[in-house]
Design a binder for this molecule. Structure first.
Ligand SMILES: [Zn+2]
Length: 475
């Protein structure tokens, strides 16, 4: 690995996945608000978590929608292998397959066994693991590939064929009649072996709609299990996705799988919209790795679906296993978890603004659509900065067992803000201010004078275990 490949690893981002890094822990309070919310209706005011808000997901009103009934085809071991940094040896592939199985994805998709001799051996090895998840492989729409695939022990085969004019002209050079004939031949062969089969077009959104619908109808009639739409180039937007999937839903009876690339940042939104329009299966990869900048990340997609139907997602998937599978894949392809990654990014559950902190301490749903504890994560409230608020500081004083009145807390908060105007304060700095306030008030010292406060703070920082009990001048 050269340094060029590691530009996504700034030094401050070490060990950011799963829990806050050390520098965050130093300046942020981990907040357990379970007691604070116990008196509240459980997320009753949170539309995404089953509340009564008018903009809640319309899962009961839309008969097409599969937002509450979808399957994940996890393609880290196929699409993910096309990521620039990816090289998975057999051992790593097995670890990833087991971690995805533990998370509970419905299918894992493997690189074509026709790609190389090692790919074929790895495919067989994963089929022998006895995973709960279905193991499928992804091949070209070609009898040679199909013959190799069905011998590996896979539960299913995903075939793909380019139908856009670009692919027909510059890639395989075949016309629609030839494509349709090959598809039917491969489908009938794979089905004759008792193995599940999907037929997908490639670059579907730049293919002719009549061509697309015609071939999907043909393969549906010969008994394909799923048809697939692939936004291979990442050109589609949610509205186009809705229109195409909905149209397709009206012409085929089989399942519909969707595969979206993230070139313009729409991959997760497109996947969600596809489900709303009647798609049944969505392709993901861990951290979204894949060709170019990849496809919907498993974690991001899960966060989206959790916000739509928490119960379905919680019952079906082992959300606490997400962090581990992300760490595993991040290590394998030598990238860091992005700071803003849904769920596991180091600031995903860190609250900073004073007004947010106050509400979070009272009821986290006020500013959280995802409950960190459902994912085995912690929430943090950042307090050592100029935007801090006295409610967050009060919460910290209570954690330290320091009894201070609200006015005293407000005075301490002002001190923290003055200091934070110069530089952000660590948790130790904040604690020192609170200890100084507590001791001074106990000893009857007037710390409204800067000099007195500064001297006491200096004394505390030098010898925190020695209480400053001597009378201090007040001017
Ligand atoms: Zn792809």
């Amino acid at each position: 690995m050269t340094d060029d490949c590691c530009q996504t690893r700034p030094s401050k981002m070490q060990k950011v996945n799963g829990d806050a890094p050390e520098e965050v822990k130093e300046s942020h309070v981990a907040v357990d608000t379970s007691s604070a919310v116990s008196t509240q209706p459980s997320h009753g005011d949170n539309p995404a978590l089953g509340g009564t808000q008018p903009f809640a997901a319309s899962r009961y009103s839309d008969f097409l929608s599969n937002v509450s009934n979808f399957k994940i085809i996890e393609s880290t071991l196929r699409e993910g292998e096309q990521f620039a940094n990816a090289f998975f040896d057999t051992e790593t592939k097995i670890k990833i397959a087991k971690a995805l199985d533990d998370f509970g994805v419905d299918c894992i998709e493997l690189t074509s066994p026709a790609a190389s001799e090692q790919s074929r051996k790895d495919c067989e090895a994963i089929c022998k693991l006895g995973l709960k998840t279905k193991v499928i492989t992804h091949i070209r729409c070609h009898m040679d590939d199909a013959r190799i695939a069905v011998e590996t022990g896979v539960d299913g085969v995903d075939v793909v064929m380019g139908t856009s004019k670009f692919l027909r002209e510059y890639s395989h050079g075949k016309d629609m009649t030839y494509i349709t004939k090959s598809a039917v031949e491969v489908i009938e062969f794979v089905k004759s072996k008792g193995i599940e089969i999907r037929f997908s077009t490639e670059d579907s959104f730049r293919s002719d709609l009549v061509d697309l619908l015609s071939i999907y109808q043909v393969v549906d009639k010969v008994g394909v299990n799923r048809v697939g739409i692939a936004d291979t180039v990442g050109v589609a937007n949610p509205r186009q996705v809705y229109d195409l999937v909905r149209t397709l839903r009206s012409v085929v009876g089989c399942d519909i799988e969707c595969h979206f690339h993230n070139d313009t940042g729409c991959a997760i939104a497109n996947a969600y919209t596809a489900l709303e329009a009647g798609a049944t299966h969505v392709d993901t990869s861990v951290l979204g790795i894949g060709e170019r900048n990849g496809i919907p990340s498993l974690g991001g997609f899960i966060a989206r679906m959790y916000a739509a139907d928490r119960e379905y997602v919680m019952n079906k998937y082992n959300l606490k296993a997400l962090r581990e599978v992300e760490n595993l894949v991040a290590d394998a392809v030598q990238v860091q978890i992005p700071f803003n990654n849904p769920v596991t990014g180091y600031c995903a559950f860190t609250h900073k603004a004073g007004i947010h902190a106050k509400a979070i301490l009272a009821n986290p749903s006020t500013y959280e659509i995802l409950k960190p504890e459902d994912f085995g994560m912690s929430r943090y409230v950042s307090i050592g900065h100029r935007l801090t608020g006295w409610n967050a500081v009060k919460s910290r004083a209570q954690q330290l067992g320091l009894e201070l009145t609200d006015d005293q807390i407000k005075a301490a908060t002002n001190r923290i803000k003055v200091m934070a105007d110069i530089k952000d304060q660590t948790m130790e700095d904040v604690d020192a201010v609170l200890h100084v306030f507590y001791r001074a008030i106990k000893n009857g010292q007037d710390i409204s004078h800067d000099k007195v406060f500064d001297r006491l703070l200096e004394h505390y920082n030098a010898t925190p275990d020695v209480p400053a009990i001597e009378a201090e001048p007040t001017a």
